[in-house]
Design a protein around this ligand. Structure first.
Ligand code: ISE
Length: 342
């Protein structure tokens, strides 16, 4: 089977990381085209990869007959147009979150794909491919903890870019916990409230940080999340599941512990690329395999699909509303529309 020719659109930090993993650790695919709004950046990335070209317009890259599949690592506001182009050209696409930046356009993408009847869009919620999350999910599916009741989550970043505002804490950071809760509980989130504790004096002015999110699922399960994105310490993501027959905690992030010269300790994880590096690799390898299989199955995904991107957008939109009002907000979603798994 010949290698998939991939176009990576957006070669900023995340996109460049994906180019590197596709070129060095992922079997069955190669980067054939790159694009970025910074033309020189795309050209310099292309120059480092044998057989790779820089293409100036992302829509031309998608339409290119010598491109088999697309990775979208472009800014969120450009996703809807690019996803619709992928659907038009029947190109499988792995889209970094968010699917799109608002609920309406996310739904439009979901509906369009459903009308086509081919599952082409996978959303980059990489935590579903992390060993610990996968292990927790497998134990839950094996009924090890009895009925799941609550999820307590901690999401701490050492710092965020200067462009970050309070709503991005919801749309950019909380969105992962939304997906984790939907993935682990296998049900939709129906309401959300954001509580605003006293802010961190070290946070950039005007940003509400930390935030506490309280969510409820369709069967009444509880999810709480501490979001604190300017800790100045390290990258910390922890999840504790409490069920009727026990609990489980993941994300302690305890690697090697060294004892020497009167000291005790280990290393801290600086950011999400380090914490979830292996998960990204697994996500990409499984996606590439699914795209190869898709020629016969008609399903080019193996992981979260467009509907998951829409559901996350709907919960985050309600979260941003609650951030403003301080009150619990019901999540407004249409009944599920999607293509059955192949
Ligand atoms: C960032 O965009 C991510 O996706 C990280 O996983 C998340 O932890 C961080 O808060 C976001 O800003």
């Amino acid at each position: 089977m010949s290698d998939l020719r991939i176009a990576v659109l957006g070669v900023g930090i995340m996109g460049a990381d994906h180019v590197e993993r596709l070129s060095s650790r992922i079997a069955g695919a190669r980067v054939a085209v790159v694009n970025d709004f910074l033309t020189e950046k795309a050209e310099s990335v292309a120059a480092g990869i044998p057989g790779c070209r820089a293409v100036g317009d992302p829509l031309d890259a998608i339409a290119d007959p010598d491109v088999d599949a697309v990775v979208l690592a472009t800014p969120g506001p450009t996703h809807d147009k690019q996803l619709l182009a992928c659907l038009d050209h029947r190109k499988p696409v792995l889209c970094e979150k968010p699917l799109t930046t608002d609920v309406e356009s996310s739904l439009e993408v979901v509906k369009w794909e459903t009308e086509l009847g081919v599952r082409l869009i996978q959303v980059g919620f990489m935590r579903r491919f992390d060993d610990e999350y996968m292990q927790l999910k497998a134990l839950m599916d094996a009924d090890e903890f009895g009925r799941p009741l609550m999820l307590h989550c901690v999401h701490r970043n050492p710092a965020v870019p200067p462009s970050f505002d309070s709503s991005m804490v919801v749309k950019d950071s909380l969105v992962h916990e939304v997906d984790v809760a939907r993935f682990l509980f296998d049900e939709e989130i129906t309401s959300i409230q954001i509580i605003k504790p006293a802010t961190n004096p070290g946070a950039p002015q005007g940003i509400q940080d930390p935030q506490i999110a309280i969510m409820r699922t369709s069967s009444g399960k509880h999810v709480d999340v501490e979001l604190f994105v300017t800790t100045g310490v390290a990258y910390e993501v922890r999840t504790e599941l409490v069920g009727e027959k026990g609990s489980a905690l993941i994300g302690l992030d305890v690697g090697l512990i060294r004892k020497q010269s009167g000291r005790w300790g280990g290393q801290i994880t600086p950011g999400f690329r380090e914490r979830f590096g292996r998960a990204y690799d697994t996500e990409f390898q499984r996606w590439v395999n699914a795209v190869h299989r898709g020629q016969t199955t008609g399903d080019y995904t193996d992981g979260p699909v467009a509907w998951d991107g829409y559901a996350a957008a709907a919960v985050c939109a309600a979260g941003v509303e609650s951030l403003q009002s301080g009150r619990p907000v019901d999540v407004s979603m249409v009944d599920r529309v999607s293509i059955p798994r192949a």
